[in-house]
Design a protein around this ligand. Structure first.
Ligand SMILES: [Zn+2]
Length: 152
């Protein structure tokens, strides 16, 4: 059987990773998103807990800015979706499949050829309150930014 990818790609240290923390409204929300160099792209490994109920699908994107902001939008400075090729949503470099929560806990791994791990260093992982509709411009109508982590 054809197999391009194996779990050996996930052994050892990731190239870079983000420690994700909820905003002050979501103090229990935390997680780690790691980026591994694999097969000409990246494997994104995410583990998050403390996701709020009742919504159980959460958009997750890589934004080009940082995790600072203001009172009304704690992650306002995260900016727009990382977009290295000038494409529309959901074809942005930083667009990822959503997190599926299991009573607040989510784990996933996905392969993408849209970026290498070092392309996203210094950017930020954002988790939104709602699912991504994969249509609405520029960000999938995913709602409030509830958690953020800078990628180092
Ligand atoms: Zn996007």
């Amino acid at each position: 059987m054809f197999s391009k990818f194996s779990l050996r790609h996930l052994s050892g240290k990731p190239c870079c990773a983000a420690e994700v923390r909820g905003s002050s409204a979501y103090p229990d929300l935390m997680g780690k998103v790691s980026f591994y160099n694999a097969c000409g792209g990246s494997v994104v490994l995410a583990e998050v807990c403390g996701l709020p109920a009742p919504c159980n699908v959460f958009a997750m994107h890589i934004h080009s800015g940082t995790c600072t902001g203001n009172e009304s939008d704690p992650f306002a400075d995260s900016g727009t979706h990382l977009n290295l090729k000038g494409t529309e949503h959901p074809f942005h470099t930083g667009d990822l499949p959503p997190l599926f929560s299991n009573n607040g806990y989510a784990w996933y791994a996905v392969y993408t050829s849209r970026f290498k791990p070092w392309d996203v260093k210094g950017c930020s992982v954002i988790i939104h309150a709602n699912p991504d509709d994969f249509m609405t411009q520029p960000s999938g109508n995913a709602g409030e930014k509830i958690a953020c982590g800078r990628i180092f």
